[in-house]
Ligand binder design. Structure first.
Ligand code: HEC
Length: 105
């Protein structure tokens, strides 16, 4: 009886922790690939968009940026919803205040 209760509590904790992680359904590995392929062209030092890496924002700022979906120009018009979810997840996972900050050079 006691054991069941403990299991239930552990399940609840695990669930709460997972759902605290940004958007659901984003694939960070795909996001990294898409970011390098589609964003880096404009977002390296000296390019038209200026340098952007996961470290450019905090986790909350990345989520807000994608939520607002107001990237300048029409650079994002070619991305599907899933692509943006994936990129959002990648940037979030490696944001400046994340567990694994990463520049993605
Ligand atoms: C066609 C070129 C181009 C592409 C592709 C592009 N951007 Fe941008 N991006 C820009 C320009 C231009 C700006 C505006 C820079 C400025 O105002 O100094 C910008 C601004 C930004 C900013 C800063 C906005 C802010 O207020 O913080 C972020 C973050 C950003 N882009 C992320 C991305 C991401 C992520 C991708 C890929 C999904 C991407 N961009 C693809 C050209 C591009």
């Amino acid at each position: 009886m006691m054991m069941k209760k403990i299991m239930l509590i552990m399940l609840l904790v695990a669930f709460t922790v997972t759902s605290a992680l940004a958007v659901d359904g984003g694939n960070p590995r795909k996001g990294k690939y898409l970011f390098k392929k589609n964003c880096k062209s404009c977002h390296t030092e000296g390019a038209e968009g200026g340098a952007v890496t996961p470290l450019s924002k905090t986790m909350a700022q990345w989520d807000k940026f994608f939520e607002d979906n107001k990237h300048p120009g029409d650079a994002w018009s070619n991305f599907g919803e899933q692509d943006l979810l994936d990129i959002n997840q990648f940037l979030f996972d490696h944001a400046v205040d994340s567990d694994q900050p990463e520049t993605c050079g």
